[in-house]
Design a protein around this ligand. Sequence first.
Ligand SMILES: Cc1cc2nc3c(=O)[nH]c(=O)nc-3n(C[C@H](O)[C@H](O)[C@H](O)COP(=O)(O)OP(=O)(O)OC[C@H]3O[C@@H](n4cnc5c(N)ncnc54)[C@H](O)[C@@H]3O)c2cc1C
Length: 370
Amino acid sequence: MKYDVLIIGGGPAGNYLAGLLAGKMDVAVIERKGSFGGKACTGIIGAEMYEALGLPEKAVLNAFNGAFFISKKTVFEIKRRTPQAYLVDRKTLERELAKKAMRKGAEYYLATNFLGFRDGKAIVQHLDSKFAIRADFYVGADGINSTVAREINAKTEGEVLRGWELEVLGNFRRDKVEVWVNKEINPEFFLWVAPINEEEARVGTFGPIDSLAKFLKLRRLEGGKILEFKTGAVILGWRKPWVKENVALLGDAALQIKPTTAGGIVFGAYCARVLAREILKGDISKYEKECSWVRNQISFGLRVRKLFEKMSQESIEEVFEILGSEEAREIIEKSASFDDHVQTIKAILKSPKLLAKLIRISPMILRMLL
Ligand SMILES: Cc1cc2nc3c(=O)[nH]c(=O)nc-3n(C[C@H](O)[C@H](O)[C@H](O)COP(=O)(O)OP(=O)(O)OC[C@H]3O[C@@H](n4cnc5c(N)ncnc54)[C@H](O)[C@@H]3O)c2cc1C
């Protein structure tokens, strides 16, 4: 068997890439599972990027035009006129992307596990049979525990975080996400409530499991009204290199994950676009360099993450007070981008008044962000 491109992993990143290349090249995707979807993932994706990347409308379950930011002492609301983020169904997202790729000619091998490379070929296993697939380019889109990354000796430097996600029954404001930042509940990460509709929402966090139980109590969501419970993991940091000869890593396999929110779908799809362009040129050596927007976002996000780890709840309360002020909310409502956090923070720091207030809390904030 011989293809131009063999993509290992039929998650959002792999399927999206397959759709970009199919019809122009011979593309195959191998996926370990027997069906698409099923991963723990809230499915919040910035609306602007969702549309710019041409992700499937059919997967959208809900649209958010703002958020409630809630600390221990402060609550403020950010309202926009248009949807800022979508809540998507992961299974539909992955299936629709795969269907698009298949219609354009991509071949899919489900329930097929990539085992490793031997003599320049991919060795795969389907049920009891092992066989080799040869390709000009191989793409590892096989998630954080990437076998392809291991095969090319990519080195990982990052923070592993276990994530928890529930679907719960309750009463919700359908058009707003809730972002709770309270280190007494969870010292490691924020907690979120993302409504699917008025009576169902996805609730989750990364970090200790008991934080979720504490949060359900605080948010008055009853433990007995859980419709689904899922767990998964992310790694926030770097895995390098993204390319070795004719093998590239994509999506979570390359840790193309936002360190501020642990979202990875947009960065993976963005890098898939870059990679598709480079593959079509026949030379992938500049792929990593050409993904500079994502690398800058990760590098900035890692600094924000470090800052969050160092901050006490008292400092977080002070930052919330500043961000909840009318001036800050106006800036956020005008310039914030769901996926471009560099742009959002730069817009806030451009205001001399807000800058002075942030320095007063701690010069460390600016040192780490600038
Ligand atoms: C609790 C939680 C909540 C999250 N919420 C969000 C969110 O709201 N928004 C967001 O953008 N991101 C979110 N994420 C992150 C998001 O899930 C990932 O960034 C995204 O799934 C990455 O897509 P991917 O295609 O790179 O990898 P994956 O989705 O991991 O897909 C990899 C695929 O490769 C397959 N595979 C693995 N090994 C092999 C092998 N050896 N052979 C063949 N196939 C293989 C797997 O079966 C899988 O289908 C969340 C993650 C967690 C854990």
